[in-house]
Design a protein around this ligand. Structure first.
Ligand code: ATP
Ligand code: MG
Length: 363
């Protein structure tokens, strides 16, 4: 049987800079032990536009659909700001998400102890935090019809529609329960069933999936506004939170800020299982292409490396290696390694993207 494949799309701005550090880690593994998957590289975003006149070539799309996982850096930058909407770098990313049908967006909020002890950040961060927000990514109010701005009498009205089918709720609930079994075995589902019909259906379907197929997982339900409050007041009560597209957008940003810099945050977007039983998957740092620091060797590569660790865990059955990588990151942070984004007002000398890569490889 052929090896599974990881398709790397480094993209634009700091994307290639942070991805280089992942490639060094993969190469290091190549020398030490077999990771048992093959790596391919291709272009996305502005980089693809420069070469092909489109932010995602059809061949690249086909490769992404065949790959066992895609690892993406970042897309976009000022150079492409004036391009027509249809060929903007971001369209490449959206096409990947859409055609791979990545309906379940995993956003971990995990706080590294070394940063929580860091004096300037101490007040805002939550030491020991380790939660996962599962956000429905392909439906809900961002996509529901009717939508638009319409004339109504003598004024205009802006309309969006929150819409969820049973099957859309069912599949994202399953992905949350599966995930919980590999973590703390606890799911909290958030909606507003008190004021929204879609929330009533959401709660009902999540409960049904639980009772029928995941009775071993502890399930609770919360109104999303209460959930937001609880997330700020006592976030450690949560393990996995599953919620819709809109609430997930807000709650995952909120949870992320309990953990430190944008340069530290990975994500995964998962779809339906493929032939080998693993879901279609794309992994990417939460941050963008950061044009303000691109090309300066300053970017923090940890978000991208942690995204690769998620790929090891969820797509390649290499959870132990993922944990080893995360421990190496924990160690270098504890030893004081800091890229510029992790420096507090008290100052110090930041290290470069490559030096952070060196330190992690060494650890
Ligand atoms: P997008 O629209 O693609 O989400 P954005 O403009 O919201 O992009 P980013 O490109 O993520 O945001 O950048 C936001 C800020 O965070 C910038 O000042 C950027 O330099 C900083 N930043 C983002 N990622 C990193 C990183 N890996 N290391 C250091 N700083 C980063
Ligand atoms: Mg942004």
């Amino acid at each position: 049987m052929a090896n599974p494949t990881l398709l790397i799309l480094a993209g634009d701005g700091i994307g290639p800079e942070v991805m280089d550090q992942v490639v060094r880690i993969i190469d290091w593994y190549g020398d030490k032990r077999d990771l048992a998957f093959d790596v391919e590289h291709d272009l996305v975003g502005g980089a693809a536009y420069d070469k092909h006149g489109t932010p995602l070539h059809d061949d690249t799309m086909a490769k992404a659909l065949e790959a066992d996982a895609v690892l993406l850096g970042a897309v976009g930058g000022p150079k492409y700001d004036d391009l027509d909407f249809s060929v903007k770098p971001e369209r490449g990313l959206l096409r990947l998400r859409k055609e791979m049908d990545l309906f379940s967006n995993l956003r971990p909020a995990q706080c590294f102890d070394a940063l929580a002890d860091f004096s300037s950040l101490k007040k805002e961060l939550v030491a020991g935090l380790d939660i996962m927000i599962v956000r429905e990514l392909t439906s809900g109010v961002y996509f529901g019809e009717p939508r638009g701005i319409f004339e109504e009498g003598n004024e205009r009205v802006g309309i969006n529609t929150q819409r969820y089918t049973e099957s859309e709720i069912d599949r994202v609930a399953r992905s949350a329960f599966e995930l919980a079994r590999r973590r703390g075995n606890k799911v909290c589902s958030m909606e507003k069933a008190n004021v929204m019909e879609s929330g009533i259906l959401w709660r009902e379907v999540v409960q049904k999936v639980h009772d029928e197929d995941y009775p071993d997982v502890e399930l609770s339900h919360m109104y999303a506004d209460n959930g937001a409050m609880q997330l700020v007041r006592s976030p450690k009560q949560f393990d996995v939170i599953v919620t819709d597209n809109l609430f997930g957008d807000i709650l995952s940003d909120c949870a992320a800020m309990l953990t430190g810099s944008l340069g530290m945050l990975p994500s995964a977007s998962l779809g339906a299982p493929n032939a080998n039983g693993h879901p279609k998957a794309m992994y990417e740092p939460v941050h963008g292409s950061a044009p303000d620091i691109a090309g300066q060797g300053k970017a923090n590569p940890i978000a991208c490396i942690l995204s690769f660790a998620m790929a090891l865990r969820y797509s390649f059955d290499q959870g132990d290696e993922a944990t080893r990588l995360e421990s190496a990151i924990e160690k270098v942070l504890a030893d004081g390694a800091r890229t510029a984004d992790l420096m507090g007002p008290e100052g110090g000398t930041p290290i470069s993207t490559t030096q952070m890569g060196d330190a992690i490889l060494e650890a």
